[in-house]
Ligand binder design. Structure first.
Ligand SMILES: [Zn+2]
Length: 264
């Protein structure tokens, strides 16, 4: 198998750490990044340092059992979780963990992200599940991620934050960045803008996968409907009255509930 050089891996971790910090995905010393550099070795971030301040000489070389082979800093306590992902899926070359606000919000709510919003969210992260809460840094936390490593590329740890992985470091970072944009959009759709959105249909997702040579694992498929209105003419934003739309929906739901009650 081909691996990137240890020096290149260290520089990439510093660069991804900068992006994490600048995008507000981490506070204080949150987050960890690893890149695989051998059959049984990774370069990993140390504990206790802001991801915006990483320098190549702070990084550690560790084996899959968590032994430090090179480096003077203390390893991140989240190392077992990162190493478990490599052990479960041999195609993984990099992992990225952070605490971005919008994904963390859904991790706290215990709500998986499965709305069918855009081609990017349907194809890149797809459905983002929530792994049950486990103590940070524990082997139990590592085990909680294991069932997702083969079929998914990002998972939310309940009450903690997301971890993503990919075939190269940029892919792992892009997946995390895309997932956070997805969470932000989902929040606005569900809890702020109460209008019905026009989803991407299952047929449109299949077409997207066929024409872009994408393989979307069935477990990662978002909750896409058979039919959508996204090829209909756009409606006037100015004429749209959110209060009215919300009231209409409430009246409709109430009427349906009354009819159902009368029938039972
Ligand atoms: Zn964390």
């Amino acid at each position: 198998m081909n691996y990137i050089s240890e020096q290149e891996a260290k520089e990439m971790i510093c660069s991804i750490g900068q992006k994490m910090y600048q995008r507000g995905f981490v506070s204080a010393n949150d987050g960890n990044i690893t890149i695989r550099v051998g059959d049984n070795t990774v370069i990993a971030t140390p504990t206790g340092v802001s991801k915006g301040d990483l320098k190549p000489d702070m990084l550690l070389k560790v084996d899959f059992d968590g032994n430090i082979l090179e480096g003077t800093w203390k390893a991140t306590s989240e190392l077992p979780m990162h190493l478990r992902i490599y052990k479960e899926n041999n195609e993984v070359m990099s992992t990225a963990h952070a605490h971005p606000t919008f994904l963390n919000l859904f991790a706290n709510l215990g709500m998986e992200l499965d709305m069918s919003l855009t081609p990017a969210t349907a194809a890149i992260s797809g459905r983002i599940p929530v792994a049950p809460y486990q103590n940070p840094g524990s082997e139990d936390l590592a085990a909680s991620v294991a069932p997702y490593c083969k079929d998914f590329n990002v998972v939310m740890l309940a009450n903690h934050g997301p971890i993503s992985w990919g075939k190269n470091p940029i892919e792992a970072w892009y997946i995390l960045e895309d997932a956070e944009a997805y969470a932000k959009m989902a929040l606005l759709h569900k809890f702020v803008v109460k209008a019905d959105y026009r989803p991407i249909s299952m047929e449109q997702i299949k077409l997207l996968a066929d024409t872009h040579d994408l393989v979307i694992n069935p477990r990662r498929l978002v909750n896409a409907p058979e039919k959508t209105g996204n090829q209909e003419p756009a409606v006037s934003l100015d004429a749209f009255d959110p209060d009215c739309a919300w009231m209409e929906k409430l009246v409709e739901k109430t009427a349906d509930a009354v009819v159902a009650r009368l029938k039972s």
